[in-house]
Design a protein around this ligand. Structure first.
Ligand SMILES: Nc1ncnc2c1ncn2[C@@H]1O[C@H](COP(=O)(O)OP(=O)(O)OP(=O)(O)O)[C@@H](O)[C@H]1O
Length: 299
């Protein structure tokens, strides 16, 4: 079945003063897909989400969200979008009970069962005020509020803020169930890359200066490879990264890691062209986090 696009970004350019953050970004998120937006600190993930929600006007380009231009989202469409943004609730003077009363009035599909299932795990009385909660407890309330809205499009910007490992996993299970159960679309950013490996269908890697890679997670993991040259086989001058070798990194043990979208024979040939003997090269298995760091570079 072909689904329509929940999000369409076309020719997006964004600059803050002289700095270009997005440079002709274009992609679609189809209904029912889960997209992970990954990238190092400061590459522009939050900026993109602000543009999609109409909080920020881009320097150029267009975005459509659930069929409407992002700068003119109607109230009805906004109600179909669940947004977790910097993990905060604006009304921190409210108690848990007041938060539920306030938000449930806005959302016709409010899922009381979902809210209480997530909130009960806090072990706090419903009269407890948000401002008297720890950071992680506040995040739990935010996530309860958003999931109870039963949104068609869920946008989560760094939802893991302050969450302990147990709750993070619980929420991840919730998300997976939510996304698979209906035709729900999710756009998620997180620095906990290992969670993305379980959750997302597609990934966008944002890199500084506006460079991007948009791919399915399965394709990326099947084609991006890590090769290792042990210390004794490393030449004086490290091989250069370029067309074939995506990245070349010196390891703490003196060996060299080479990341490439190519098979062993192609990488061998590229090394030989640089007068490097590849006979000791070995391929290593990668998690998504290894691949993410290999693709975007350590620092
Ligand atoms: N209003 C602003 N004026 C100028 N520069 C800004 C503004 N907002 C963000 N920036 C800069 O733009 C870049 C992108 O910021 P953004 O918050 O979108 O990054 P991010 O990918 O979400 O980062 P992180 O992973 O750290 O949350 C950063 O270098 C940031 O310092």
């Amino acid at each position: 079945m072909t689904h329509g696009a929940a999000i369409t970004v076309d020719g997006l350019i964004h600059r803050y003063g002289p700095r270009t953050i997005h440079d002709g970004l274009g992609f679609q998120v189809h209904e029912g897909r889960i997209l992970g937006l990954l990238g190092k600190n400061g590459v522009g993930k939050t900026t993109l989400i602000k543009i999609l929600m109409g909080f920020l006007a881009p320097s150029a380009g267009t975005c459509r969200v659930l069929g409407e231009p992002s700068h003119a989202l109607s109230a009805a469409t906004k109600r179909r979008i669940g947004l977790v943004f910097e993990g905060h609730l604006a009304y921190d003077f409210m108690s848990i009970r007041e938060v539920e009363r306030f938000f449930s009035a806005w959302y016709p599909k409010w899922r009381r069962d979902v809210f209480h299932d997530l909130i009960d795990r806090l072990g706090l009385p419903l009269t407890h005020r948000i401002r008297h909660m720890s950071e992680g407890q506040r995040s739990q309330v935010v996530l309860g509020v958003v999931m109870a809205q039963d949104p068609d499009l869920l946008i989560l910007d760094d939802y893991t803020m302050g969450l302990d490992a147990g709750y993070r996993r619980l929420f991840l299970d919730y998300l997976i169930h939510y996304a698979r159960a209906g035709r729900k679309t999710v756009l998620v950013t997180s620095h906990v890359v290992q969670d993305m490996e379980r959750l997302v269908d597609d990934v966008i890697f944002l890199r500084r200066g506006g460079r991007v890679l948009h791919t399915s997670l399965a394709d990326f993991m099947a084609t991006f490879r890590h090769y290792h040259l042990p210390h004794e086989a490393v030449p004086h001058a490290l091989p250069d990264a370029g067309e074939t070798l995506h990245a070349v990194e010196r390891e703490a043990d003196g060996g060299v890691s080479i990341f490439a979208f190519h098979d062993r024979a192609t990488v061998d040939a590229a090394l030989r062209r640089q007068a490097v003997d590849p006979s000791a090269l070995e391929e290593r298995a990668m998690t998504l986090e290894d691949a993410f760091v290999g693709y975007t570079g350590r620092y």
